[in-house]
Design a protein around this ligand. Structure first.
Ligand SMILES: C[S@@+](CC[C@H](N)C(=O)[O-])C[C@H]1O[C@@H](n2cnc3c(N)ncnc32)[C@H](O)[C@@H]1O
Length: 350
């Protein structure tokens, strides 16, 4: 597929505007949170230069554009959706001082009373965010906060998790569309992109947060099935899904829960199915970026992050019976693909 000059310019203009807009919000939040930056403990590793980060960011967008040109997904420019999200600017800026206050006080148990059976590790103010994952207000702000944190690159990083799914399913002749579960789907950002790119796929959004799922439903309506449940105990039948995906969940799980979730994923996948994990890069993944991994849990409440950043993912999923088939680095996100060994074909007698 050959893109026209105007398509290329539209893509470049849209991404540049995003980076400028969310980058400016990140800087504003950083100014308000300057005390937290100044009291940060000495980091064991160095922080990358702005030049190195800019280069890695440019590589992310270059690949994103290549994927559009290759026809893997449509041009990721949705003015309506972008304006809706951007309209949360004031809400975001008004909330920053509340986040900063928690950051200064290391307050992380200021969450609304959720349902009694929600696990304790979940009832925390991850990122010091207001309401944790337990309020409608938090669900409304979440996408903006993530984009601001990643300087406008979050959606482009998430889109990389779609590439292995498209490659896996587009190349196969199938009787029925694939059934795919997004584990910790949050507000449905990834699934709304998947639904736009492959409307026939059968999609399920699973998450522990009812307010986040309600936000996803507002966006996606009946195009998706919604399940409020933990990744480590999914109410899905054995071998019932063709693929599972999980974006930015594993770094928020305690180590034991990570192992349990890996086993659950292996259980619900059909033989031959794939699991696509997208989460932050880990130590050693990108030369010179390890200091970012040291700083992240110091600035934001991420109680399980330092164990995640050192976890051997291949070993974790191998222990559950899944084999790593591919790893791709998308700026600050790592996309790792694991496969469940296929069912043996019964040999035909001659
Ligand atoms: C950092 S957010 C990621 C959301 C979304 N995947 C994204 O790309 O933005 C983490 C999400 O994991 C959910 N979550 C945390 N622990 C969970 C668990 N044990 N089972 C299911 N969802 C969980 C939270 O409610 C939240 O929506």
């Amino acid at each position: 597929m050959t893109a026209t000059r105007s398509q290329r310019l539209t893509y470049a203009a849209a991404q540049t505007a995003r980076v400028a807009f969310y980058g400016a919000h990140y800087l504003a939040a950083r100014v308000l949170a300057r005390d937290a930056f100044s009291t940060m403990e000495k980091l064991p590793h160095g922080i990358p230069s702005l030049r190195a980060m800019g280069k890695a960011m440019a590589a992310l967008f270059a690949r994103d554009w290549e994927n559009v040109q290759a026809g893997l997904y449509p041009m990721p420019v949705d003015i309506g959706e972008s304006l809706k999200r951007a309209s949360n600017s004031l809400r975001y800026l008004t909330d920053v001082p509340r986040v900063v206050k928690r950051q200064k006080e290391h307050g992380h148990s200021d969450v609304p009373e959720g349902e009694a059976d929600l696990p304790r590790y979940f009832r925390q103010n991850f990122h010091y965010q207001t309401g944790g994952y337990l309020s409608a207000e938090s669900a409304k702000l979440y996408d903006f906060q993530v984009e601001a944190l990643f300087g406008g690159t979050a959606d482009a990083m998430r889109r990389r998790a779609f590439v292995p799914l498209a490659k896996h399913f587009d190349s196969k002749k199938r009787k029925a569309p694939p059934k795919i579960v997004d584990i910790a789907a949050g507000t449905g950002t990834f699934l709304s992109f998947v639904h736009g790119a492959r409307p026939a796929w059968k999609l399920t959004a699973l998450d522990l947060s009812k307010p986040y799922l309600a936000r996803a439903k507002k966006r996606l309506g009946d195009a998706v099935e919604y399940i409020a449940a933990p990744a480590e105990k999914m109410p899905l039948k054995d071998a019932s899904v063709d693929a599972a995906v999980s974006i930015y969940l594993f770094h928020e799980l305690p180590p034991k829960i990570r192992t349990a979730a890996a086993k659950e994923i292996a259980r619900v996948l059909k033989p031959g199915g794939i699991f696509v994990l997208a989460d932050t890069i880990q130590y050693g993944d990108v030369d010179g970026f390890d200091g970012l991994l040291d700083a992240f849990p110091q600035l934001l409440h991420e109680p399980y992050y330092s164990t995640y950043a050192k976890t051997d993912l291949e070993k974790l999923f191998d222990g559950a019976g899944l084999k790593r088939v591919e790893t791709d680095i998308a700026y600050l996100t790592k996309v790792a693909v694991f496969a469940k060994p296929g069912a043996r074909r019964t040999a035909h007698r001659a």
